[in-house]
Design a protein around this ligand. Structure first.
Ligand SMILES: [Zn+2]
Length: 290
């Protein structure tokens, strides 16, 4: 394991200038990758958990290297599938670089789950003594640059074409807490099913697929940062996808699933009537809108 000289990083914060720059090494990667950023598109793809990097100054957070291959560090296959979807839709995509173990791009900074001290039974020692300065620093290194990139793409495309739709791509581990999850794909939504409803129906046409409606997670509590910030809050059409990781762990699998989702989502996203703001009328576990 690499050492984690976190103390000097925190010291830099207290010294207070250019701290996120000084906390990063020249070989630390940018916080996000933007694909097709110059494309004009009414669809924008995001992948919160595409990456598993940790800035060098934080070492490995005290977590064994093999754990970084697991779902606790990233969404296995989700980044590859997002790249294929970006190509198929010819749409912009923003992929986060840093691991959710550093700071989760899909949880508001400071909230529960933003910087976890344990994940699926694995302790994260480097996250135990994180003070407020370091929370802010991690957010400035990873969370905000990633989300600012998404916001810039939304603003640019909406200035040109009006309201855009957001597709948030995730993957889930096949087995959790002793339970084998039967779903191949999950469609997550809360209060606004303009994309989720027809997508669940379209995927359900394939009798061989087990399609989760707000499974294996529900988007109703909490919805996650991206869904709230870009979809539910402002009222943009949106959907969150969860694909089972064993299906997309290889590039061939990721390509196959991107093709399947492109076929199912394509006609839904091609409907011009989709692209208007709608405030969710029903929330907090109430019956879905039809
Ligand atoms: Zn995820």
């Amino acid at each position: 394991m690499r050492p984690a000289p976190r103390a000097w990083v925190t010291g830099e914060v207290r010294a207070g200038y250019n701290e996120e720059v000084r906390a990063l090494s020249p070989d630390d990667p940018p916080a996000f990758t933007a694909l097709n950023a110059d494309r004009e598109s009414r669809v924008i793809l995001t992948c919160d958990h595409a990456g598993r990097a940790v800035p060098r100054a934080w070492g490995d957070l005290g977590v064994a290297a093999a754990e970084f291959d697991r779902h606790i560090a990233w969404d296995i296959g989700a980044g590859d599938m997002t790249r294929h979807l970006a190509r198929l839709f010819d749409a912009p995509a923003v992929l986060a670089t840093y691991s959710r173990l550093f700071i989760d791009p899909n949880r508001p900074p400071g909230s529960e789950g933003s910087i976890v001290t344990t994940s699926d039974g694995t302790p994260v020692p480097g996250n135990v003594a994180v003070d407020e300065d370091e929370r802010l620093l991690r957010a400035r290194i990873s969370f905000w640059p990633y989300h600012r990139a998404i916001e810039r793409l939304i603003a640019k495309n909406e200035a040109q074409h009006g309201i855009v739709a957001l597709v948030s791509v995730h993957s889930f581990t096949p087995r959790m807490r002793g339970f084998d999850r039967p779903w191949h794909v999950g469609v997550l939504w809360d209060g606004d099913d303009r994309i989720a409803g027809p997508l669940i129906a379209a995927l359900g046409q394939d009798a061989g697929l087990v399609v989760g409606d707000n499974e294996p997670y529900t988007a109703t509590s909490p919805a996650g940062y991206a869904l709230e910030a870009y979809g539910l809050g402002p009222g943009r059409p949106h959907v969150m996808l969860e694909i089972r990781q064993d299906l997309i762990a290889t590039d061939a699998g990721a390509a196959e699933w991107a093709g399947r989702l492109h076929r199912a989502l394509g006609p839904i996203l091609a409907n011009p009537a989709l692209y208007r703001l709608r405030r969710p009328l029903v929330r907090d576990g109430a019956p879905p809108l039809s």
